[in-house]
Design a binder for this molecule. Structure first.
Ligand code: SAM
Length: 276
């Protein structure tokens, strides 16, 4: 499905994406803790593909002037509302824009964020390079560029877990999952080829090395890889009623193994911080 159509349909749900379950909250917490380490004390920050604006609000609260943009106009409207509700409207500009063709000047930002799987939705490899080149172009030399994406192994395991508890799993879904695991592409073409009736917004899921190589190809040097959901990855329902001590343990272990590459591969999302 076209990402813009998909996100227009699910706009309201997207704002809850980072709060619904413990792994989702950890995705947000580990992202902002890492940003807090690498961002400058102030200055202008881009939130590219910022969706409903949760990270833009955090950035504005941290004292930045924020440029938020997103492909989906419905999400840009929602981000305007959420910024106003959070009393940061005067610190966040909003624009409908495509990460492959950013409407900002060269070297415009002190830091650039592209979080929560935006780059997964650019499925053509050449366009993906163009999107990364755009992130670099608008970042000042030496500025941090932080991008988080859906991991291939973490994403595949998420669906495998769902299929494992179904009484009568759709054989087409099983075949699609094998294809996605092998090359990362979850596109309309793969879905149709295997006879599955519908898919999610088309995307390409990354291995860690593959994503670092993509960034490097456009002059962005990766300096940190962070496992976002960490030890709690994929354990959404399992943690719904978990004891506080066990939740705390998931957080503690997530912190302890935050920069472990094996855990980044298995997390549903991983974050790479690079320098322009
Ligand atoms: C899962 S949401 C993440 C939103 C936000 N960054 C967050 O983490 O909450 C993915 C976002 O990517 C946006 N998107 C997809 N393709 C894009 C593109 N080519 N340019 C800009 N945004 C895009 C979608 O509209 C959607 O808002």
């Amino acid at each position: 499905m076209d990402p813009r159509e998909y996100y227009a349909e699910h706009a309201e749900r997207e704002f809850e994406r980072l709060t619904e379950t413990l792994p989702k909250r950890l995705e947000f917490e580990h992202t902002v803790e890492t940003l807090d380490d690498v961002l400058p004390g102030g200055g202008r920050v881009l939130d590219a593909g910022g969706g409903p604006g949760r990270y833009s609000i955090w950035l504005a609260d941290r004292g930045h002037d924020v440029a938020h943009c997103d492909l989906t106009p419905e999400l840009v409207d929602l981000a305007r509302e959420t910024a106003a509700d959070a009393d940061v409207a005067d610190r966040v500009d909003h624009l409908a824009a495509d990460v492959r063709d950013l409407p900002y000047a060269d070297d415009a930002f002190d830091a650039v964020c592209c979080l929560g799987g935006v780059l997964n939705h650019v499925v053509d490899p050449g366009e993906r390079e163009r999107a990364v080149a755009e992130l670099r172009r608008v970042a000042k030399p030496g500025a941090p560029v932080a991008a988080s994406v859906i991991s291939r192994l973490g994403g595949v395991r998420y669906t495998l877990k769902q299929l494992a508890v179904e009484d009568d799993p759709d054989p087409a879904e099983v075949d699609v999952l094998e294809a996605v695991a092998r090359n990362g592409d979850f596109t309309e073409e793969i879905v149709e080829r295997h006879g599955q009736s519908e898919g999610w917004a088309r995307n390409h899921m990354f291995r860690v090395d593959e994503f670092e190589t993509l960034l490097d190809s456009q002059g962005l040097d990766a300096e940190r890889v962070v496992a976002l959901e960490g030890m709690a990855t994929n354990l959404h329902e399992e943690f719904a009623d978990a004891d506080d001590a066990v939740r705390d343990l998931a957080r503690t272990l997530g912190d302890a193994f935050r920069e472990d590459r094996a855990l980044a591969e298995l997390s549903e999302h991983f974050l790479v911080v690079a320098r322009a």
